[in-house]
Ligand binder design. Sequence first.
Ligand code: NAD
Ligand code: TYD
Length: 348
Amino acid sequence: MKNLLVTGGCGFIGSNFIRYLFTEAEFNGAVVNVDKLTYAANPQSLADIERVFGARYRLYPLDICDRDKLAQLFAETQIDAVCHFAAESHVDRSIAWPDDFIQANIIGTYNLLEISRQTKGQVELFHHVSTDEVFGSLGREGYFTEETPYRPNSPYSASKAASDHIVRAYFKTYGLPVTISNCSNNYGPYQFPEKLIPLMIINALEGKPLPVYGDGKNVRDWLYVRDHCAAIWRIMRNGRRGETYNIGGRSEMENITVVEMIAGLVDELAGSRSKPRRELITYVTDRPGHDRRYAIDSTKIETELGWKPEESFASGLQKTVEWYLSNAAWVNSVRTGEYQEWIRRHYG
Ligand code: NAD
Ligand code: TYD
């Protein structure tokens, strides 16, 4: 796997994965990053990587729904493996605008699979990055395993579920070598502040309300993004082809606890306001169809591939808050929309 096509590499997890490959993994190949540069993309997240590893890194601003341009890229570039992150990823947006999710997540994945298949053996591996949300919602007990039936509840999770099925079908029907991972909620550096953790950190810093949906007792199983990247790379190198691996942090938390921890950390690290920031917590109308609890059983990847997370939720959250505090330029660029101006100037 010398030449890797990474899709969605300007997004949160994709950019962390590319950084991980160049700075931590034993990877000495090249990365082609295909990204449509939607609102969720920020090429500046990889500016330092581009500076240092520019000879082995290239960004192609391309929509994976554009099959012709994608086919042209595959024809002109040696691609040994695909790691597919590109997707519309935010549940709230999928409720408001499902169309983009159906297009990017289903049709885009299908296009990539079809072109990979047509390379007739050149693509040694297609790794599909997916979510635990395909399994639906848990009650108080139990965990998602690789055997849990799919029961997606939002347009986002339904579109990811559809893409998972198509990937699996390409393995069964055409023998395309694939692996799939279904991961729990990620957090860490470079996450766009529409998701819970970065939104709360930035709002807490700015003294704005911290909007908690419903009763705040929905549970997510949090994983530090670097741990997710390490798991994906391990699956790509050693995972059995045709298999699915669940990835999770064994870090179940109620949303309200997460938000209280963030408020406390920002008080501690950014200096206190006249009032503790937990007083900014505001309960707001619940998300329609809000899944109650996610929790991953990651026994398979732990026992088969020897992966386990390195960060606890407390250590990962502290690192994350520190990162947002010490990367004001990135935060301001995203908050003001300057990053989109930058994209327009550089990529039209
Ligand atoms: P993100 O929204 O931060 O980034 C998505 C990236 O994909 C962006 O750079 C965007 O420009 C790009 N993209 C979107 N549509 C595209 C298209 N049509 N063509 C090319 N590029 C396109 O998302 P993320 O949080 O980094 O998630 C990455 C992947 O991981 C997604 O597939 C998501 O379903 C999955 N995942 C995310 C989480 C999480 O907690 N964030 C957890 C498990 C799985
Ligand atoms: P989110 O980060 O959007 O991830 P997902 O919906 O994929 O799990 O949300 C995480 C949890 O936080 C989810 O239960 C919804 C909740 N939430 C809030 O309470 N307030 C917010 O402003 C956001 C964005 C999310």
